[in-house]
Design a protein around this ligand. Sequence first.
Ligand code: ADP
Ligand code: MG
Length: 588
Amino acid sequence: MNRLFLVFIALLALLPVLPTPEFWITQANYIGLSAIVAIGLVLLTGVGGMTSFGQAAFVGLGAYATSYLSTTLGVSPWLGLLAGVAVSMAVAFILGALTMRLSGHYLPLGTIAWGLSFFFLFGNMEFLGRFDGLSGIPPLELFGYSLRAGQDIFYLIWAVVVLAVVATQNLLNSRPGRAIRALKGGVVMAEAMGARTVWLKLVCFVFAAVLASLSGWLYAHMQRSVNPTPFGLNAGIEYLFMAVIGGAGHVWGAIFGAGLVILLKDQLQSLLPRLFGETGSFETIVLGVLLVLLLQHARNGLWPYLAELMPRRWRRQALVQPPAQAESLPVRARPAAGESLLVVEGARKEFGGLVAVNDMRFEVKAGEVVGLIGPNGAGKSTMFNLITGVLDVTRGTVRYLGEDIQGLPSREIVRRGIARTFQHVKLLGNMSVLENVALGAHLRGQAGVLRSMLRLNRGEEARLLAEAQRQLERVGLAHLMHEPAGSLALGQQRILEIARALCCDPALLLLDEPAAGLRYKEKEALAELLARLRGEGMSILIVEHDMDFVMNLCDRLVVMEFGTLIAEGVPSVVQQDPAVLEAYLGGL
Ligand code: ADP
Ligand code: MG
């Protein structure tokens, strides 16, 4: 726990004890309620990259569930809490399964659609009191003590905020959390590391919905009456405002954003009508303009600026450290040298009319280093995507250790022992080198979301991080493990990707143009690393454009041109092959 957190909790504890005016306690309560929703949005939108305008609907579900149960059936608010959370989870599951698959701007549009639907649903239900809503909701009771007064519910609200912060931060610094953070790096990369991306998106969505519903429950019992207005689309947009203004990737930003929006709105509400001499909701317009300015000048929100102003010691995030010592993870049984690993037969891939891979056949045996080479556009990366399950073949088979792996998703293929790197480096620039590499060990741990939130994953987490450190040492990047991956030079980033792939405990390593764009020195370092891996008996299939680079490294070369196999054999022979010379030199 860092210093900032302690100061924050001390301030919270003191606020109602000090002679704080009632008004400020009420404001703090509203800020807390909004912050709970915004923290969910940090995970969903800021970290997971899924924009939702519809969170207010879940606040409404939580609020209406408990309001209905307590006013009509006289049920205890605590049962109302369970009911609200259960309903929100169920609805989030169904809505999430339907909308999380939408890509690009369809997802936000989808959330707007259900945000609107729920507003009208609340407003048109007879048993929910239509647009008048429900009133006479009892205050909460805790250990026989009524939380009727603002100061009393203040503690409960902010306890929920603190728990939400802790749970979210625990989750983010864990095996499933790294996979959730990887969603922003693209689904292809996350799946290649073994993450179940659709499931993880759903988890974020349900988690955010549960937080929103908790906020609604607290709201209903604080306010003692509910109506549809605070659960409409406007409110949904405001919650998103808060998360974005604070800085959508920062848990603390959510609290800061909630505070800023609520206080600013309150000030503007009294100031603007006086300024314009008329009444009206001018504050909404001003907030809108501010948001546009913010998005233009401070994409990442205001939290990073605020953090800069704090004393350095407060800011120091507990770096994610590998443990001093940890058991090593189990490794898979290696196939014996010379055993057939990968067999591609008659593999064909068509993109519309274009035949990118045309009846390719080749084999990789255990312990071999095979180069898949050919001019640009020959179909090498496509071939790679066929092997790793990113694309399905149009025809033909891909077998690995005798099993037909064609049609399996990427995460199942990496589970079987084929790990890869990408031609265009895919890593998380803001995440540390160590954590990026630890992502590769995803399938070597089991801790799920709940265990991670409760920090019951410590032992496993230590083993995963120790493994990441070991792989970084193996490739010679250990000295950079705390740097953000984005600050590394391209050559180092490519080596980072190799370390990440090694963390998958592969029996076969697939490298897509690892030398592309590297400077001479970087190429030398890479060649030295690959030679070392080869010496350790690693089986490697390396796609390369540059024939010189693979000449000394590979046992065998497979040459493609226009999707077709044009030559195969030991490098010295292939190099002299007239068809290869023709392909590379364009008919000399
Ligand atoms: P290489 O990696 O050998 O440079 P690629 O496998 O990337 O070549 O591309 C082979 C051919 O397939 C190229 O003509 C490319 O334009 C085409 N291609 C690759 N991916 C796609 C895709 N997703 N849709 C359509 N055409 C593609
Ligand atoms: Mg390529």
